[in-house]
Design a protein around this ligand. Structure first.
Ligand code: IVH
Length: 673
């Protein structure tokens, strides 16, 4: 492969990975298996190591995980929270050991094997035996300080006890949602007509962010602690001793962990839990294998991403065979048509499966899935499984390849397919399927979080014509009697619902933006837009260029925002929301200065009265943007002590520059144009 081909391939792989990261972390709905993901990820790592000059700081290989969310105080981890390299076979595991031998010489090794719990990683900080802090992993470097919520997990000890409790201790563990509680909660929600949760892991993460300690406590989240990140005042010689000490001090460790002498015992543990995994109270996605000795761990050290002394052995997702009765088409809130396999019900990993995702028409064509086919389906962490492949030899003689629909299956409008996009869309904004899906989205926890308004109820409201779009929700207070007349509704539940709707009027602008379901505007873009513009009106008036000037927002998102606000129906909708009293301004918006908006700043040298992060935050809060290199587009170079070549470049290009005092003046006054 030559450099140009590599460059193209790298770009393609990065986009793929970003898309899958978003689907997995933000949407909680992966389209591909972990193995497939790892394959493309590894291809990217390989290519980047062949062409190191093509590595950019924004490559997915250069970061550890999701970004911290805005609502919690940020905490910088004392030791980064890394992830583990994955293997899928005995051979790869043996290679892991050979790598260790090459580094430190061949010798008999003890390993600790632990189940890899599929939850949410968390750091717990203890000082003099008292719990002082709980921090999520965040992006591995900075996490969210969620201390009050961690305290609400009943098995997290607030005080350690027993002999040898260290002065300082930071442990890491996995918060998870016990399966029986998760199922019970979903049953209750279903009965109450509320949206059910897709999987325990994402629900555990969501629960920690509900900002309500009572909810955390009621839902019964739990934790297993599995490592010591920092300790002072006690000496620990290895992982096994650490686990025993943690347990003795009152922390909850997983009882299945085992000290293994040599790799054969490790493999036996892996095989044992492969068979027994369905009997557990929690989801696992593999086994973590750790070199026991801390001295050896230290000698082995880390690669840029992973420890060299530990590895995750991932189990393959559980699979089953069944027959495709029909290929259905689901219409989403943006009009996107998604093919779905409707299946002969089959038991898989503890539940009965009757539908599986086919993702998009290219996937159906690639796998050539047809009505009547026998298919292999697979379940990862999510409730909705996917079709892996067709069992070719089982195909009946008279099947036909699937034809994507030319009209919307719900409203009959001719569908459109935009050049370069995989999905077909129903272009009819008033298509009942879209309207109903938009309503569901609006009420969702991540958006306006309307208590008591679940999917089943929305369906009823919609069917009965009580709401046609989400602004109608705010008129429901005048139709209390109609509400009470609905199935499974009574005076009290109707009043609760109305109170929930009323309370949603005061949600942050970010949430309203998510709720509006503007295409391509997810959580992150919504937060950036809200922070930058501060009000819905300002966003509505912004040009593509102004929106694109926000760091991290690309041209497609900017165009989509402008298009959305340019649509007359949407303008009416916004007006109706405002008339109903829905908040469309960010309350605590910083001292924006119009003169900063859209301007690029470069910081160089060290500032005395503020850190670089503070300077950057101050610029961004006023609507400006900080970039790293000086060009003609740069509006200002802020030169601190020992500025170096960037200041020279600014002078050369005739770009304005200020010293620290000048910068402080600008912040105080705004720039005079
Ligand atoms: S040890 C240096 N042990 O898996 C990393 N991790 O891919 C040390 N996990 O972020 C991690 N169970 O959230 C470790 N027994 C276990 C685990 C475990 C689950 C998660 C954890 C970590 C991820 C690593």
């Amino acid at each position: 492969m030559n450099r140009e081909q590599a460059e193209n391939r790298i770009e393609g792989l990065r986009n793929e990975i970003r898309r899958h990261d978003h689907l997995y972390y933000v949407k909680g709905a992966a389209e591909i298996s972990d193995q497939e993901y790892d394959r493309i990820y590894r291809e990217l790592v390989d290519l980047e190591s062949q062409f190191p000059e093509l590595v950019t700081p924004d490559s997915p290989t250069q970061r550890v995980g999701g970004a911290p969310s805005a609502e919690f105080p940020e905490f910088v981890h004392r030791v980064p929270m890394l992830s583990l390299d994955n293997t899928y076979s005995e051979e790869e595991l043996r290679e892991f050991e050979r790598r260790i031998f090459r580094q430190v010489g061949e010798r008999p090794l003890d390993y600790v094997t632990e189940l890899k719990i599929d939850g949410l990683s968390m750091a717990l900080h203890y000082e003099k035996g008292r719990l002082v802090r709980g921090v999520t992993r965040g992006d591995g470097v900075r996490g969210d300080d969620v201390t009050p919520y961690v305290r609400a997990i009943r098995t997290v000890p607030l005080r350690l006890h027993g002999p040898g409790v260290p002065d300082e201790l930071e442990v890491r563990g996995e918060v998870y949602f016990p399966r029986s509680r998760f199922d019970a909660m979903n049953r209750e929600r279903e009965a109450a007509g509320e949206e059910i949760f897709a999987n325990p892991r994402n629900t555990a993460a969501g629960t920690m962010k509900t900002l309500d300690t009572k909810v955390v406590s009621k839902r019964g989240l739990d934790i297993f602690v599995y490592s010591v990140a920092h300790v002072r005042g006690t000496r620990l010689r290895g992982q096994w001793e650490a686990l025993e000490s943690l347990r003795a001090w009152g922390l909850r460790t997983n009882p299945t962990s085992r000290l293994c002498h040599g790799l054969d015992e490790v493999l036996a543990y892996i095989a044992e839990w492969q068979d027994k995994r369905d009997s557990l109270e929690y989801d696992i996605d593999g086994v973590v294998v750790k070199v026991d000795s801390f001295a050896l761990q230290q000698e082995l050290g880390f690669t840029s991403k992973f420890p060299r002394w530990a590895i995750a052995f991932k189990y393959a997702a559980r699979q089953a065979r069944t027959i495709v009765r029909e290929i259905g088409v689901y219409v989403g809130r943006t009009g996107k048509l998604t093919p779905v396999a409707l299946l002969e019900p089959v038991a898989l990993a503890g539940s009965t499966v009757a539908r599986a995702s086919l993702f998009n028409e290219d996937e159906v064509a690639r796998k050539d899935v047809r009505k009547g086919d026998t298919v292999l389906i697979e379940k990862g962490g999510d409730v909705i499984p996917k079709v892996v492949q067709v069992v070719a030899e089982k195909r009946p003689p008279d099947t036909q390849p699937w034809e994507p629909p030319t009209v919307c299956p719900v409203c009959g409008t001719a569908v459109v397919k935009v050049e370069g996009e995989v999905d077909r869309r129903c272009p009819n904004l008033s298509c009942p399927a879209q309207v109903e899906e938009r309503l569901k989205h609006f009420a969702r926890r991540e958006a306006m979080d309307i208590e008591g308004l679940g999917e089943v109820l929305i369906h009823q409201l919609f069917e009965k014509g009580l709401v046609k779009d989400f602004s109608d929700l705010y008129d429901l207070k005048d139709r209390r009697d109609d509400l009470i007349a609905l199935e499974r509704m009574a005076e009290k539940s109707a009043d609760n619902l109305l109170a929930g709707i009323e309370a949603s009027k005061d949600r942050e602008l970010r949430r309203l933006l998510i709720g509006l379901a503007i295409r391509l505007v997810g959580d992150r873009a919504a937060a950036l837009l809200a922070r930058h513009f501060g009000s819905l009106d300002r966003i509505a008036q912004a040009s593509v260029e102004e929106i694109e000037a926000i760091y991290e927002i690309g041209p497609k998102v900017a165009q989509s925002v402008v298009d959305w606000f340019a649509t007359e129906g949407n303008q009416r909708l916004v007006q109706r929301l405002k008339d109903a009293g829905v908040r469309t301004e960010e309350t605590a918006h910083a001292e924006r200065s119009d003169a900063f908006v859209g301007r690029q700043f470069v910081l160089t040298g060290s500032l005395e009265t503020m850190t670089r992060d503070e300077a950057k935050a101050a610029i961004e809060a006023r609507g400006g943007r900080v970039t790293s290199s000086v060009s003609k587009k740069t509006s200002y170079v802020v030169a601190g002590r020992d500025p170096g070549s960037k200041l020279d470049k600014a002078k050369e290009l005739g770009v304005a520059h200020v010293d620290e005092q000048g910068f402080r003046d600008l912040l105080g006054k705004g720039i005079s144009a």
